[in-house]
Design a protein around this ligand. Structure first.
Ligand SMILES: O=C(O)c1ccccc1NCC(=O)[C@H](O)[C@H](O)COP(=O)(O)O
Length: 253
């Protein structure tokens, strides 16, 4: 069984045990879509809180997540991504909630979402964006969860890995589309995935995810993408602020 199937089975059990929750949160966060559209002069950075991963094991288990989130905000990142999956990533909704109390930025709940209960949990914990992975959902389920998330007032980052999934995300009318450079089966990461897809719809914000280490990497995708999502490299950086500043490449650099 491949990784996606394994984690989706785990999520099915997790969701079955998750109590139904009412929507309790009211507060608003800025829109990532508008923030990026209104500031086209540089590549935007979505900086991730990532203690561990299936491909790398422990990345930074000792991290002070609140300091890391504040450092990201001070470095001018456009959003913070929080992995909430305990399995493989050592994340949690508690992490998300604690971070939401110390930063004003848009916050992405990065999880394997298959059910509305997870959307409400993410929203109540303080997320303003949720991730929906095309490869993890049927077309019908993707649309159902997309519509429910939008009704809650959440932005949705629709994640794709290839042309077919990109077409599905665009057909859905997704405003934020992420191209993940990591193959979910092999865990191989190549920026060529983003380069080859070269997405170009004018009203859409395209975000290239995974595998960025240097400003030079960012320049490889900067003609078709408005933002990048970075985890490991920021979590391992000796100077987080410096690394975050380096990755926010100006378009004319
Ligand atoms: O990071 C993994 O090993 C991983 C494996 C399987 C599914 C998802 C995975 N990561 C989630 C992400 O999408 C990344 O955390 C995110 O794009 C940042 O990637 P990176 O900068 O390479 O840490």
């Amino acid at each position: 069984m491949d990784f996606l199937q394994t984690i989706l089975e785990a999520k099915l059990k997790e969701v079955a045990d998750m109590p139904e929750t009412a929507v309790t949160r009211q507060e608003d966060r800025p829109s990532l879509y508008h923030l990026i559209r209104e500031n086209p002069e540089h590549i935007h950075l979505i900086a991730e809180i990532k203690r561990a991963s299936p491909s790398k094991g422990i990345i930074n288990q000792e991290v002070d997540i609140l300091k890391q989130a504040r450092d990201y905000q001070e470095a001018g990142v456009s959003a913070i991504s929080v992995l909430t999956s305990e399995t493989y990533f050592n994340g949690s909704f508690t992490d998300l909630n604690r971070i939401s109390q110390v930063v004003d930025l848009p916050i992405l709940c990065k999880d394997f979402i298959i059910d509305e209960k997870q959307l409400i949990r993410a929203y109540n914990a303080g997320a303003s964006i949720v991730l929906l992975i095309v490869a993890a959902l049927t077309v019908q389920k993707l649309k159902e969860l997309y519509d429910k998330a939008r009704k809650l007032g959440l932005e949705v980052l629709v994640e794709v890995h290839n042309e077919k999934e990109l077409a599905a995300a665009e057909a859905l009318g997704a405003k934020l589309i992420g191209v993940n450079n990591r193959d979910l089966k092999t865990f191989d990461v190549t920026l060529e995935t983003s380069v080859a897809l070269a997405p170009h719809q004018s009203e859409t914000v395209y975000i290239s995810e995974s595998g960025f280490r240097t400003a030079q990497d960012v320049r490889k995708i900067s003609s078709n993408f408005q933002a990048i999502l970075v985890g490991e490299n920021l979590m391992k950086a000796t100077n987080v602020t410096k690394k975050a500043l380096e990755l926010q490449v100006t378009r004319n650099d």
